[in-house]
Design a protein around this ligand. Structure first.
Ligand code: ZN
Length: 95
């Protein structure tokens, strides 16, 4: 397993890391984060690094609303989300 470096104050899309929140059953680091919408959420560090967790859930809810064109539509939207994550990480590295 590679070392995940996350620090308080770090942002992952809508989430801002507040503090370490222990570890889960598998020993993965958990972090208490504050979402831009104001909700507090505990997220796994690796999920934030990989882009799987980018909000308290409000982001997915918004995406689901825009992609509400049936079951097939939501599948395509998931793939587009993956591309977005990738370009976002590239932008971040270029700063
Ligand atoms: Zn939120």
């Amino acid at each position: 397993m590679s070392n995940v470096t996350i620090e308080p104050g770090q942002r992952f899309e809508r989430l801002t890391v507040v503090k370490r929140h222990g570890s889960d059953d598998r020993g993965a680091s958990l972090w208490l984060c504050k979402c831009d919408c104001g909700k507090l959420v505990v997220a796994r560090g690796s999920n934030m690094m990989s882009g799987h967790v980018r909000s308290c859930g409000c982001l997915q809810a918004e995406h689901a609303r825009t992609a509400a064109r049936g079951k097939f539509g939501s599948q395509y939207d998931r793939r587009n989300g993956g591309k977005k994550q990738f370009s976002w990480q590239g932008t971040r590295g270029a700063k």
